[in-house]
Design a binder for this molecule. Structure first.
Ligand code: SER
Length: 296
């Protein structure tokens, strides 16, 4: 069995093998960036380079970045959200694009980590206003899944800007002038837990019932918001990010992030200190654990 830190090592060395340079983990309080309080994704320290500045370490970068998402604080208590997490990230600064990123990520998940391919689901961008549907990603995924003997029609779902567009500000409409963003393609892991109809009639990868978790997001960052809409950036960039703790959840087929090998020891200690059982107090204990880890 791989530990969380062995998964990090495998990810970094896989992308180093593909010509990436490892960059340092940035502080959780961003340096020279007054726009935001905390580093909440691996791309945050890289914004100037995604906008076109030259990075001293080159055009292919990889790292594991500590992240804190204050905006997720009200989600804590479910089976998959944490405010603090580590994001595995790889970037192309105007170098490779979709036809390299998508097969590499699939190879990493299924061959390097060995996730069962039948449990993986894919989402792609279906278009929004002047920005077209991401047919190239859809085609690449269709080829990969077909070659693996999987039915792309059952595995690939398309969503609009609410789900398959990424920028620091969120959807295209929320982006301020000068902000980079783009369509994305996410991979979800299916725990096969029963669907909860409170979240809708039919279950699907972006359903909130807890059956599926998103384990990685390839953002094809090639747009910049302007006064009048969107323009293309000087470069076509890849901004990939995947939560280490979520990947571990998938690897261990553990539908509860707090019961993975990484967080379970904290849970046991909390049970001991409080003399309470986790199964009777899941929501409260998840919140205490999450906030404790984030504070540390
Ligand atoms: N920036 C994207 C995210 O945070 C991918 O790295 O999901």
């Amino acid at each position: 069995m791989l530990s969380a830190s062995q998964i990090i090592d495998k990810y970094i060395s896989f992308f180093e093998k593909h010509g990436h340079k490892k960059i340092a983990n940035s502080p959780l309080i961003p340096l020279n960036d007054p726009t935001t309080l905390f580093t909440s994704s691996g791309m945050q320290p890289l914004v100037p380079y995604l906008l076109g500045e030259k990075h001293p370490q080159g055009v292919r970068l990889v790292n594991a970045q500590n992240c804190f998402r204050a905006q997720d604080i009200d989600e804590i208590g479910d089976n998959r959200h944490t405010t603090f997490f580590r994001m595995l990230g790889n970037w192309s600064l105007g170098d490779y694009f979709k036809k390299e990123q998508i097969p590499w990520y699939w190879e990493f998940l299924t061959k390097v980590i060995g996730l069962p391919k039948e449990k993986l689901y894919i989402t792609v961008f279906k278009g929004f206003e002047s920005i077209p549907r991401d047919e190239e990603s859809e085609k690449l995924w269709t080829e990969i899944l077909s070659s693996e003997g999987l039915d792309p029609k059952e595995k690939i779902f398309s969503y609009g800007a609410e789900k398959n567009w990424w920028s620091r500000a969120g959807t295209p409409k929320k982006m301020p002038k000068g902000e980079p963003g783009g369509p994305d393609s996410e991979v979800f892991f299916d725990f096969g837990t029963p669907h909860d109809s409170r979240f809708g009639e039919e279950c699907h990868p972006n359903c909130e019932c807890g059956r599926f978790i998103e384990i990685g997001n390839s953002v094809f960052m090639e747009y910049i918001k302007t006064e009048s809409g969107f323009e293309k950036l000087p470069n076509q960039n890849v901004d990939f990010g995947g939560g280490l703790e979520r990947l571990l959840q998938a690897y261990e087929n553990q539908a509860d992030i707090f019961e993975t090998s990484l967080l379970y020891p904290i849970l046991k200690t909390l049970e001991k200190i409080t003399a309470k059982n986790y199964k009777d107090h899941k929501r409260e204990m998840r919140i205490v654990m999450d906030h404790f880890v984030a504070a540390v």
